[in-house]
Design a protein around this ligand. Structure first.
Ligand code: FES
Ligand SMILES: [Fe+2]
Length: 393
């Protein structure tokens, strides 16, 4: 791949150093768009959901005009985080510490004991800070800074989008899955972009394709992946997976039957949209530390099959699922568990990315040559260039 930075590459310590992690917090996670939910997650005025983007605690909220917007979840009195989890506000947002109260727009409405303790207070300067919001169909994306241009970021995908109708009554959502993986978030992101491993690590589960049969197409801040292992048609699934689903007569989404859309949309830095004729999923990355990443995965299937073949994994069947924390982690694999026999490509990826992290942390680690080609490891160069530019601006 011909880019001016193509010779520059991340080094092993970039995958575990605190300095690099801090640079990425401000340079990447606190200045990027990420998927945060569906419009339908917010049914009424006052519906809210909290989330963390980099070091920013945020609130995604439907205001009195019925518009979704993003506020910083940080009280303007002494910075207490105000809301937790998800829920429905009856009217206002009240900080539990000293009960400063904001309306759903984020304006500061009331301050207890104001006449005694805050003479001359200008409430108009003390509203909750705003972030930005954008939409692709039903998908909601957020950015922690105000007045960001979502359309500019999303525009390169405009003609390449998936056809899935998330509002269709035939579409149903499975239980969301949370994975905690003991690797740097970039190790996992690079694994998602690496076309070289598909035919090897995933030989049993995805069955390829080989590098010459993968197509990664960069567009702006995004990368789109297609399988071309079945002639010239661009498919969203590898041929082996497609054939087995076809043989099992799994239900397809009508609107997604015709090939042409990508099988993976990597939306830098932390959103992966994976549409297929049989399913739709969105995964987001959340770096918890330099050596730990949380993955949040939401999956949609044809409703009639939510308890059937296509969503055969109920949460408890996922290797490493812990019913107490509701988190999937290799910490909960049994001692005789063999990830290579799990028949689950995500488990194979968890296993290999944790192994790679341990190797990268060796004082002897030195990263070797990458497999050339956009269907192999060239997308990692695209990714690493973006990391370097983001962190050194
Ligand atoms: S910190 Fe929120 S009211 Fe005091
Ligand atoms: Fe993989």
């Amino acid at each position: 791949m011909n880019t001016s930075l193509s010779a520059a590459r991340l080094k092993p310590s970039d995958y575990y150093s605190v300095e690099q992690h801090d640079a990425e917090m401000s340079g990447i996670w606190e200045s990027s768009w990420i998927f945060a939910g569906l419009k339908a997650d917010f049914p009424a005025i006052g519906s809210y959901k909290t989330c963390q983007l980099g070091r920013h605690p945020l609130i995604l909220l439907k205001n009195n005009k019925g518009e979704l917007h993003v506020l910083h979840n940080v009280c303007r009195h002494r910075s207490t985080e105000i809301l937790e989890g998800t829920g429905q506000l009856s009217k206002n947002i009240t900080c539990p510490y000293h009960r400063w109260t904001y309306n759903l727009e984020g304006d500061l409405l009331a301050v207890p004991d104001a006449a005694t303790c805050f003479q001359g207070l200008d409430r108009s300067q003390l509203g909750l800070k705003a972030g930005s919001i954008g939409f692709i169909g039903e998908l909601v994306f957020i950015h922690p800074e105000p007045d960001q241009n979502f359309d500019k970021w999303a525009e390169p995908l405009k003609d390449q989008l998936w056809p899935h109708d998330l509002l269709s009554p035939k579409m149903g959502e499975a239980e969301p899955i949370t994975y905690d993986i003991k690797c740097n978030w970039k190790v996992f992101a690079e694994n998602a972009l690496d076309g070289y491993h598909l035919a090897h690590l995933h030989s049993e589960t995805l069955g390829g394709p080989r590098p010459a049969q993968n197509k990664w197409v960069p567009k702006g801040d995004h990368m789109m992946w297609y399988a071309t292992d079945d002639g010239q048609i661009l498919h969203s699934l590898p041929a082996q997976v497609r054939k087995s689903l076809e043989n099992s007569r799994a239900t397809k989404f009508k609107e997604a039957e015709t090939p042409g859309y990508a099988g993976v949309y990597f939306m830098y830095p932390g959103t992966l949209v994976v549409p297929t004729p049989y399913s739709f999923s969105v995964t987001t990355f959340h770096p918890l530390s330099p050596t730990k990443v949380r993955l949040r995965v939401r999956n949609w299937f044809p409703k009639t099959l939510l308890t059937g073949l296509q969503s055969d994994y109920t949460l408890k069947d996922i290797p490493g699922y812990d019913p107490n924390t509701l988190i999937v982690s290799s910490d909960h694999w049994g001692t005789d568990f063999d990830p290579q026999k799990s028949d689950d490509f995500q488990t194979e990826d968890v296993w290999i990315t944790e192994k790679m992290q341990r190797g990268l942390m060796s004082p002897n680690a030195q990263i070797g040559p990458l497999a050339q080609g956009m269907g192999a490891e060239d997308p990692l160069i695209w990714f690493q260039n973006k990391i370097m530019i983001s962190c050194h601006q």
